[in-house]
Design a protein around this ligand. Structure first.
Ligand SMILES: NC(=O)c1ccc[n+]([C@@H]2O[C@H](COP(=O)([O-])OP(=O)(O)OC[C@H]3O[C@@H](n4cnc5c(N)ncnc54)[C@H](O)[C@@H]3O)[C@@H](O)[C@H]2O)c1
Ligand SMILES: [Fe+2]
Length: 395
């Protein structure tokens, strides 16, 4: 399972802690930066949340322009609009402020501005290693881990494909990881983004590209997320739970960025692209079934994961622990009120009609090849079918 030679990359600096966002001006100054374009979404502006970033910059005398046209699951057209905005000013860095969508937008803008062309020119397996200017990422969800990954996920609007774009051009220069920014995240998004983090940690750990560096981070992330996800969902202002989730999300991001994601993410992106299900929610819909499909191919690893997350303990033999992992993920979905696709409102004929294309897109992304058990197209379609017919849960 362990690869001999791993290429490890991480931001040059992480400022971590409650209230850390107030140090944004110091972080910029440390790198000699002073002309930021802040990339965020319309809700962060209308709700006033973006002021957490803008006020300390203004207090330090740093003039700021805001691009707030990011959409959930950012599209190539939004990135092009962002690059046009970038060219209108004399900026020396991008600040991605928000959930994964604004951060991914900032990263993709840096890549497109460096190399030109279309976003699809950078789709994996192309290596997008160049960024026109540095990105400072400030996550407000816990989270995608995008603040410390070498990935950005952009939708090609011509063919409704969520493209994975990978390379050092997508890796932020620095990140500010401040759990206090997540107090306002509503329970549904807390659950979805939390399961996204858990999936990152689990997939990094079982991936064929796992290595000792990513393992250490994945193990820590699984323990943190396993301990705190239910409390963060039930008690939005619980500081210990929010802090645990934020640390877990960032560690999980570092883990999968230096290992990989696998089949869950491969199958999740097409659901997001075709049915506009939030990313973490489509992961959650898939996670129990895909784990059941995969455990036999890496039993010891999955058993270890079950113990780290807290679904099993040292008294459980591996087979018992993997069974508890699948059951535990099912129960977690119930506790977090995760709907199945039907309960979410997806049309059955549309789901069946897209299944073959979704399976092809999943395989083409490359992520399923990192899974302990590598499925073919027919098996991926069977899994989509199984997820559809799974016991309905209430939304
Ligand atoms: N680059 C990567 O490594 C990576 C990894 C995983 C996922 N992603 C991508 O990230 C995107 C999803 O990001 P996300 O799940 O963080 O969602 P998001 O950024 O789309 O945000 C979801 C919603 O939550 C709101 N929100 C964000 N922070 C808030 C706060 N503090 N208080 C209240 N509301 C808040 C947003 O305004 C939005 O309405 C997807 O496009 C996914 O593909 C990228
Ligand atoms: Fe993810």
């Amino acid at each position: 399972m362990t690869v001999v030679n791993a290429s490890i990359a991480a931001p040059r600096m992480l400022q971590v802690g409650g209230g850390a966002v107030r140090q944004i001006a110091e972080v910029l100054t440390k790198f000699g930066l002073s002309r930021p374009l802040v990339v965020t979404d319309p809700f962060m502006v209308s709700s006033g949340h973006v002021q957490h970033c803008l006020e300390p910059l203004a207090a330090a005398g740093i003039a700021v322009t805001v691009f707030s046209d990011t959409v959930p699951d950012p599209t190539d057209t939004v990135i092009e609009a962002g690059v046009a905005e970038l060219r209108r000013g004399n900026f020396d860095c991008l600040i991605g402020f928000g959930g994964g969508s604004p951060i991914d937008t900032a990263k993709a803008m840096a890549i497109l501005a460096a190399g030109g062309g279309k976003m699809r020119d950078y789709k994996a397996p192309v290596q997008a290693d160049r960024g026109a200017l540095p990105v400072i990422a400030i996550p407000t969800t816990a989270g995608t881990g995008s603040e410390c990954t070498r990935f950005t996920v952009i939708t090609d609007t011509e063919c409704d494909e969520k493209m994975l774009i990978s390379g050092l051009g997508a890796l932020p220069l620095a990140a500010i990881v401040d759990y206090e920014l997540t107090y306002s995240v509503p329970p549904r998004t807390t659950a979805d983004t939390g399961v996204d983090s858990l999936t990152h940690a689990l997939e990094a750990f079982v991936s064929k590209r796992a290595n000792p560096f990513s393992d250490a981070l994945a193990v820590s992330a699984m323990a943190l997320i396993g301990r705190h996800i239910r409390t963060a969902y039930a008690e939005p202002r619980n500081a210990a739970a929010r802090e645990g989730m934020m640390l877990g999300a960032t560690q999980a991001g570092l883990a999968f960025s230096n290992s990989s994601v696998a089949l869950v993410h491969g199958m999740s992106r097409p659901i997001g692209a075709h049915f506009h299900v939030p990313h973490g929610l489509s992961n959650a819909m898939l996670l129990p079934a895909i784990t059941r499909f995969s455990v036999g191919a890496a039993e010891a690893r999955y058993a270890d994961a079950a113990r780290r997350i807290g679904f099993a303990d040292d008294r459980d033999a591996d087979a018992a622990a993997t069974a508890k992992l699948v059951a535990g993920l099912e129960t977690l979905n119930t506790e977090l009120s995760v709907p199945n696709p039907a309960a979410y409102g997806i049309d059955e004929a549309a789901w069946n009609g897209k299944m073959a294309l979704m399976a092809e897109q999943a395989l083409a992304s490359g992520s399923p090849a990192n899974n302990p058990r590598v499925p073919d197209k027919a098996e991926i379609m069977d899994l989509y079918r199984e997820v559809w017919t799974g016991a309905p849960r209430n939304a």
